[in-house]
Design a protein around this ligand. Structure first.
Ligand code: CMC
Length: 364
């Protein structure tokens, strides 16, 4: 039977949320290049309503989200225990997402509350792992400012907020990527929001998806530490049949539109934060990958350096990706629930046939 492995190129359903048609990324029809200048709350509203908010709606939406960035005491009590475990932060987040759906009265939690709680929980995981006290949300700050404030313990400046806001917007959604599709599969059974998100976080963890950003930084660190020529590093990895992390994409064969903007942000941050050497290595590696294999960097390539420049440890990079993507996951879960059709494909059976079970006499 002829079928596309990994569902490559298969359109499995319709969506009004985002599109990669023509290798241009748009959210509800708006090009990502223009939206990266918007506010995060505006973009979340757009993903959830497929239209931009007016001034009053935006004000109310922002205030509502910020007011909900509070975790129940029971969740904090359990988080203080879970987040200290010596597990990978994405494993902690997977458990935490599930936990958010089991503590207190969560039956009626709606997307604004769920998004707000996810962001605060991620900030709390970071603080607990760093042995730092938790920071309470500041009602005078917007969502992105609050997130940065809660992870860093100090109010962020305008420039940093603007950059991080663009990074969050660029990663907020990406039509039927692996984690979003996973969320939609679970949503198609009418399971609750937290179950869908727990599944999405699990899918994002893998190195072929969100887990790539952590591996990108490991690679850059190794090149820098060992003072290897990026070209030699690439050749050595390929000889070992390993992929070069942060390159290639199922859809974008001529470049990921997000990576172009992220490279600009990384190029601005790297010299300011004393990380010029990493940027140089990344740019040399990208040049070689393109010349030698025609492969372009994807979204995970420059976000790795951006997160490092923000002072984050590489082990939490994928969790930051989850911070950005939760809004998109929620948009898709809502759409799936509205337009639902159970996702249940077929498979081609290639195992043995004509087997017969004979009960052994001793078992009778
Ligand atoms: N390094 C080396 N070779 C590569 C790479 C890479 N990063 N990406 C693709 N190729 C080669 C691949 O070996 C294959 O060659 P051949 O046809 O000779 O076997 C060809 O390019 C096509 O690649 P593919 O793996 O069949 O393409 P795909 O659409 O199934 O995979 C991908 C896309 C993202 C899984 C793959 O490019 C990859 O593994 N990249 C590295 C991991 C990574 O950066 N993941 C992040 C993905 S984008 C953002 C996200 O989802 O988080």
């Amino acid at each position: 039977m002829d079928y596309p492995r990994g569902l490559a190129g298969v359109v499995v359903d319709q969506t009004k949320i985002s599109s990669t048609a023509g290798a241009h990324l748009t959210y509800a029809g708006y090009p990502i290049e223009e939206l990266s200048e918007a506010s995060f709350e505006e973009v979340v509203f757009l993903l959830w309503n497929t239209r931009l908010p007016n001034e009053q709606e935006l004000y109310d939406f922002r205030a509502d989200l910020v007011s909900k960035m509070v975790l129940p005491a029971e969740t904090i009590r359990l988080l203080l225990y879970i987040a200290k475990e010596p597990q990978h932060p994405m494993s902690i987040l997977r458990t935490t997402t599930s936990l958010l759906g089991t503590t207190n009265d969560v039956e009626h939690d709606e997307p604004p509350k769920i998004l707000a709680k996810m962001l605060t929980a991620i900030a709390a995981i970071l603080r607990i792992r760093d042995n730092e006290p938790l920071i309470a949300v500041d009602p005078n700050l917007n969502v992105v400012e609050n997130f940065l404030y809660m992870i860093k313990g100090k109010r962020p400046d305008r420039k940093l907020t603007k950059m991080f806001s663009s990074v969050m917007i660029l990663q907020a959604d990406h039509e039927f990527n692996a984690s979003t599709f996973t969320a939609r599969v679970v949503a198609s059974t009418f399971a609750d929001y937290y179950s869908c998100l727990t599944a999405a976080v699990s899918a994002l963890k893998g190195p072929l998806h969100g887990g790539a950003n952590e591996r990108v930084f490991e690679m850059i660190e190794e090149i820098e530490k060992e003072q290897i020529d990026p070209k030699d590093f690439v050749e050595l990895q390929l000889k070992k049949k390993r992929k070069i992390m942060g390159f290639g994409h199922r859809i974008y064969k001529n470049g990921d539109p997000r990576a172009f903007i992220l490279e600009e942000i990384a190029a601005e941050l790297a010299p300011e934060t004393g990380n010029k050497q990493y940027l140089k290595i990344q740019q040399a590696l990208a040049k070689y990958m393109l010349e030698r294999f025609g492969l372009h960097p994807n979204v995970d390539y420059y976000t790795a350096l951006i997160y490092h420049c923000l002072g984050l440890d590489k082990s939490v990079f994928t969790m930051i990706f989850a911070t950005c993507r939760t809004a998109g996951w929620l948009a898709h879960i809502m759409e799936q629930r509205r337009e639902n059709c159970l996702i249940r494909p077929n498979s081609e059976y290639v195992g043995p046939t004509n087997q017969h079970y004979l009960r052994k006499e001793s078992e009778e």
